[in-house]
Ligand binder design. Structure first.
Ligand code: ZN
Length: 474
């Protein structure tokens, strides 16, 4: 099976070129000025071809919480997220399906789902996500979100609050991870299991070390939240006496397969460690703004040689799942952090971060992330006649800095056509729409209660004026 995309615009070092791109089987087989002899021909005139973006961090099951959670800092927001999470497997599956559809239609061909596990249905949860991703045809990394410490442990001095020890031991959780790997890790089918301890806030050293060992044994990516909030920075000092990054380095958790979501509260020494260990930072600008977490020092990362990719984060903290929006915010946000405009991220650099940087963050550099003959055909074709991309100026400039709306024309993942004429081909989006609508009508308003147990403590340890709960309105 071969496809020829004729006369299509692609970015090159100093501008653009119009070329023919041939896909044979799962790979890009030729890029040249005049190619012939393919079974299917696609007219690429007035279209731009890019490698697919990687959504480097999301939580697909949060799809049901978009627009739901009040604006709160992470630690308090999380209490509301846990209070309002569904335990229904079909709901879980639909969340993964919706996340995959949103990803494809905003230029992504691959995502990292830091996937919540439904208690008592852990294997079934991952099974539901796998079913959704295979159905839609997206390349997926699924990092089951695991932890072995109680919720209150995520707050500075949090263990002084009343709590029960966490119900599962590290050994039990690692056994579960091994069962998940055994059942679902299928890289040839585009489904990759990763190890995903949630972060230093709720994980023991034993769990991190066990995950690193599983990563070594099965060559899995490693994925965590890192220093998302100032509270986590305080917690790391309290817990380890050194920074979280230094501690993770000592545990052997950081390497070229490690991606670190958020990474906001790092020291200059921490940044050097990320560069030395070839770890990737996943930049989630919308979520960081929504939760007031801070501005990740992305310009410093880039200058230090740290790989940076983009993520949407889950829909409870970025109520859209639009990769182009994440890229736009993540490009412009840093202009206010550095007056030297020569350091600012250009649209071309932003696209490289979202494609090559994204691929490197999931250890796929050799296989995806660029328009290179021999690489996997994970490709996105943009319609440059869309009103939001007119008048024609600089296509990448407008794609990144503009407000592109429904501009994705076609998408291939592993050489398979999964979106054509702006429509997802392999799942019935009309039926998805109906199911989301009918289930929304059946839902009750959530009762946010857990927040009341932790809010006075949070205000106290964070030095916020008074310690009266203010979020009763939530
Ligand atoms: Zn997250």
């Amino acid at each position: 099976m071969s496809v020829l995309i004729q006369n299509v615009l692609i970015p090159v070092d100093n501008g653009y070129e119009t070329v023919d791109v041939q896909v044979t089987g799962d790979r890009i087989s030729a890029i040249s000025s005049h190619l012939e002899g393919s079974e299917t021909v696609i007219h690429g005139q007035d279209k731009l071809l890019l490698p697919g973006f990687v959504n480097g961090h999301t939580h697909s099951s949060q799809a049901w919480q978009r627009g739901l959670i009040p604006q709160l800092p992470l630690e308090l927001w999380l209490a509301d997220v846990l209070d309002s999470a569904s335990k229904d497997l079909q709901v879980y599956y639909l969340g993964s399906l919706l996340t995959a559809v949103n990803t494809l239609l905003s230029g992504g061909t691959c995502l990292m789902d830091h996937a919540y596990l439904l208690a008592g249905q852990e294997l079934e949860s991952i099974g539901a996500a796998v079913r959704a991703y295979k159905e839609v045809g997206i390349r997926a990394f699924i990092a089951p979100l695991i932890f072995d410490e109680p919720f209150v442990a995520g707050f500075p001095s949090g263990r002084s609050l009343p709590h029960q020890p966490y119900s599962q031991s590290p050994a039990e959780i690692l056994d579960l991870m091994e069962a998940i790997i055994d059942q679902f890790h299928e890289p040839e089918a585009g489904i990759n299991i990763a190890v995903g301890p949630t972060g230093i806030q709720r994980c023991s050293d034993e769990l991190f070390e066990g995950c690193a060992a599983l990563s070594d044994r099965y060559n899995l990516c490693r994925h965590i939240h890192l220093l998302e909030t100032r509270a986590q920075k305080l917690l790391a000092q309290e817990k380890y006496g050194v920074t979280a990054v230094e501690h993770l380095r000592q545990l052997g958790f950081l390497d070229h397969r490690t991606s670190l979501a958020h990474s906001i509260w790092l020291t200059d020494e921490d940044i050097d460690i990320l560069a030395q260990t070839q770890s990737t930072v996943v930049h989630n600008p919308a979520s960081n703004l929504r939760l007031g977490s801070g501005i990740a020092p992305v310009l410093k990362y880039l200058r230090a040689g740290v790989n940076v990719s983009f993520g949407c984060d889950g829909a409870a903290s970025n109520d859209g799942q639009d990769l182009l929006e994440a890229i736009k915010l993540g490009t412009m946000l840093h202009n206010v952090t550095d007056p030297d405009y020569q350091h600012w991220i250009t649209p071309q650099e932003a696209i490289t971060m979202a494609t090559q940087g994204g691929a490197r963050g999931v250890n796929l550099t050799e296989h995806t992330g660029s328009l290179t003959v021999g690489k996997k055909a994970d490709l996105v074709l943009y319609d440059l006649t869309n009103l939001s991309l007119l008048p024609r100026t600089d296509p990448l400039g407008l794609l990144v800095l503009g407000r592109p709306t429904q501009v994705v024309h076609s998408v291939w993942v592993n050489g398979q056509l999964v979106v054509a004429d702006g429509k997802v081909l392999r799942t019935d989006t009309g039926q998805l729409q109906q199911e989301l609508l009918s289930r929304s009508r059946d839902r009750k308003s959530p009762q946010f209660q857990m927040i009341q147990q932790v809010e006075p403590h949070y205000r106290r340890v964070m030095g916020l004026a008074g310690s009266d709960p203010t979020s009763v309105k939530g």
